[in-house]
Unconditional design. Structure first.
Length: 370
């Protein structure tokens, strides 16, 4: 156990301490500013989905023996230059693509009081146990504290966009004023084009069976989009599909999962998969039907109708999550960066590795410019 004054940090394992871990997690969630991806619902689904042999570490920071902050970590091994084995810890992950592809965002600590959390103690203690710690899609609130640690650096970051759903109140006048002239023109033209096919309708899945049907159709459209880029998408991974089918089975009736179908008469425009949690709508996955004419913009129309629907139900914030798609920028009223961070020991071979990676990146950039 590592200690500093009244603060202590101790490791538990899922295999031996699962009831204690889940009870501590629930206690910490009470005051923690967290997303759906750290909710008990998501965590239960994730832990159940992992392979039976997969253990996890749970680190608990206490202050005067009272829970202060917690972190769930999976471990995997990798090799330095293909030779020396290194232990990598992954926050809310296990280092296996087929299981990490569910891509939780806003990862990091759950906590009672963020101002009391000693991030230097976290960093030092974790790096005494692991060679490196990966923090993917770190919560913007926490990332500024992690990045200040001397062992931390940012691997990359992605923009994340939000739309204020209060703009849909009072006849939507605030919404139309909040978007650019170009977006307004494109959205109105696209709405008119689809309405010529028939009445626009947005339908939410009413039960688990329909939710799975919507997820299946969304997956087919998503895969078509990825196929056009000669890349594999999330729905090409069976473990990803199984996870969300199980999540629907266990959690759909709790009201946090929203699967939507948008149509113009008999024509399908697209599907959306969202999480509804604590006043926010988290846009997670989509599948759109693309038509040749440029006036048909399924992303704009589906998200507009979705925001309209959820605003009417009392939601306050529409979170597009990480990614730089054009329709996200078009509707956003706020933007932040969501970084993926890496904590590493100050070892000579890790320093050498970082230097080689940086050199190769610069060499590639130089060759590209030539």
């Amino acid at each position: 156990m590592s200690k500093m004054n009244s603060i202590a940090l101790k490791k538990y394992t899922l295999k031996n301490d699962r009831p204690f871990i889940m009870a501590s997690w629930q206690t910490l969630l009470t005051n923690s500013d967290h997303s759906y991806f750290q909710s008990l619902e998501w965590m239960h689904a994730w832990l159940t989905h992992l392979p039976e042999h997969q253990d996890l570490d749970f680190w608990l920071m206490t202050n005067h023996n009272e829970p202060l902050a917690g972190l769930v970590i999976g471990t995997c091994s990798r090799k330095f230059l293909g030779v020396k084995p290194l232990v990598r810890a992954v926050v809310q992950g296990v280092g296996l693509e087929e299981f990490d592809l569910i891509t939780p965002e806003y990862t990091g600590l759950v906590y009672n009081d963020l101002e009391q959390v000693d991030f230097a103690l976290w960093s030092d203690t974790l790096l005494n146990h692991y060679h490196e710690v990966l923090l993917p899609y770190t919560s913007p609130v926490q990332s500024v504290r992690w990045i200040n640690q001397k062992q931390a650096h940012c691997l990359y970051h992605e923009a994340t966009y939000y739309a204020d759903l209060n703009a849909f109140k009072d006849g939507e006048s605030s919404f139309w004023q909040s978007i650019s002239k170009n977006t307004k023109k494109q959205l109105k033209a696209s709405l008119n084009a689809y309405e010529k096919m028939g009445s626009l309708k947005i339908e939410a899945a009413k039960d688990k069976t329909q939710a799975k049907e919507f997820l299946h159709e969304l997956g087919k459209l998503s895969s078509l989009k990825w196929d056009s880029t000669n890349k594999k998408g999330a729905f090409d991974q069976q473990q990803f599909i199984v996870f969300h089918q199980n999540l629907i089975d266990k959690s759909f009736n709790n009201g946090h999962l929203q699967l939507l179908k948008v149509t113009a008469a008999e024509h399908v425009i697209g599907y959306l998969y969202n999480f509804i949690y604590q006043g926010s709508v988290y846009f997670y996955q989509c599948g759109f039907v693309y038509l040749e004419q440029n006036k048909f913009r399924p992303g704009l129309v589906c998200h507009y109708l979705c925001m309209q629907l959820n605003a009417s139900k009392g939601a306050l914030n529409y979170d597009f999550l990480a990614g730089d798609n054009r329709y996200k920028q078009s509707f956003a009223t706020k933007q932040e960066n969501m970084p993926t961070l890496l904590l590493q020991r100050n070892n000579w071979y890790l320093k050498l590795e970082k230097t080689l990676i940086l050199y190769l990146k610069r060499l590639k950039k130089f060759q590209f410019k030539r």
